[in-house]
Design a protein around this ligand. Structure first.
Ligand SMILES: O=C(O)C(=O)C[C@]1(C(=O)O)C=C[C@@H](O)C=C1
Length: 358
């Protein structure tokens, strides 16, 4: 078959896809109506995961699970917007990895607001200006994001989902190939994380060949204005500025991953077989030996698996005291976790139960 014939086939398939999507959306609208009548939450990450897993498991053709996931997350984004338009705020700037995480989860059609700080994301969700907020919580090379832990402890908001994305950089440019590129824009940390690639492909360049700017999306914006400029940036930044990707995954360390939280005013409890619960715990008797040991023993006797424990200073006292950010396996709806939350005399702030993706 020649290209026009193949395109003709594609057009017919597209017609069918669109007609099926419209049928799907009719049912989605009905669900949306029922949810609004019963005042229940629109976003069900567990149901979305169930659909993707089911489709990926039954299908073994040309599409990888990641491709099925990318397509269906966009469909879910459109569905949720039809059920109730949602505003999602994230730690910006536009094109940041947090933006990428937000788009991975909510699709390209949601209403996004880029905010300048983690605190402003919390405040927007708290005041109801945005329905959900997306913030970084942990990088597996750098550790926990202290500001996010502290704000979760202070504010009355809940973690309803986690998102894990690899921190991968690409080299993007309008230039046809790397020969003739005159400068590369990026942020300091991106230059550091792609040293191996830059040494291999751009060694011996003058100092001013590498131009440092304050975000990788700014790098993409500058590069797209030039015929011979390039940017080291995230996929989403390249996408936003329609900058073709010349080389992908050029970071030195492939294991570099960041974990993000979706925060909301409503706790959205839903039990799956793989949940995680985050807690902020101020121990009682923390001036006596064994206070922490007693908590850990309680986990052991109740068969609760501890996934993470990090200490943070208590800022509301002039003493040098601390509280613990804790992740455990299981859901608030599990009896053993209910007991833990109610029977210990510690000050425990429940931060959220959500599906464990790690
Ligand atoms: O099943 C639901 O609760 C729906 O609202 C439908 C749907 C979907 O498009 O399949 C949309 C949004 C939810 O997050 C999960 C699934």
């Amino acid at each position: 078959m020649n290209i026009p014939e193949l395109r003709n086939k594609i057009d017919h398939i597209d017609d069918s896809i669109l007609s099926l999507l419209v049928q799907r959306m009719e049912f989605v609208e009905e669900i949306g109506k029922l949810k609004r009548e019963s005042n229940s939450v629109i976003y069900h990450p567990d149901r979305e995961k169930e659909i993707i897993d089911r489709l990926a498991n039954q299908y073994t053709g040309k599409l990888k699970k990641e491709a099925i996931e990318a397509i269906f997350l966009e469909i879910f984004g459109v569905s949720r917007n039809l059920e109730l338009p949602e505003i999602i705020c994230y730690l910006g700037p536009e094109g940041s990895f947090t933006h990428q995480a937000a788009e991975n989860r909510f699709g390209a059609v949601a209403d996004y607001i880029s905010l300048p700080s983690i605190k402003s994301v919390f405040e927007s969700v708290e005041t109801g200006r945005a329905k959900y907020g997306v913030v970084p919580i942990e990088n597996n090379q750098e550790g926990m994001v202290k500001e996010t832990m502290d704000l979760l402890n202070e504010k009355n908001l809940f973690v309803i989902s986690e998102i894990i994305i690899p921190v991968n950089f690409c080299l993007a440019s309008k230039h046809n190939g790397i020969q003739g590129i005159k400068r590369i824009y990026s942020k300091d940390i991106a230059f550091q994380q792609c040293k191996g690639f830059l040494n291999d492909y751009f060694s011996g360049q003058e100092e001013d060949f590498f131009v440092q700017v304050d975000s990788t999306s700014r790098a993409a914006k500058l590069a797209v204005e030039e015929e011979d400029g390039a940017a080291l940036c995230s996929h989403i930044a390249a996408k936003i500025y329609s900058l073709p990707i010349l080389f992908d995954n050029i970071q030195d360390n492939d294991a570099n991953q960041t974990r993000f939280f979706i925060i909301s005013k409503v706790e959205n409890l839903k039990k799956t077989d793989k949940d995680k619960t985050s807690l902020a715990i101020k121990l009682k008797n923390d001036d006596k030996p064994g206070a922490l040991l007693s908590l850990l023993q309680d986990f052991e006797t109740r068969g609760i698996n501890l996934l993470k424990i990090e200490s943070r200073p208590q800022k509301d006292t002039n003493e040098f005291k601390f509280w613990f950010f804790i992740d455990i396996e299981g859901n608030k709806l599990d009896q053993k976790i209910q007991e833990l939350l109610t029977k210990r005399g510690d000050e425990i702030v429940f931060l959220g139960s959500y599906m464990n993706l790690c």
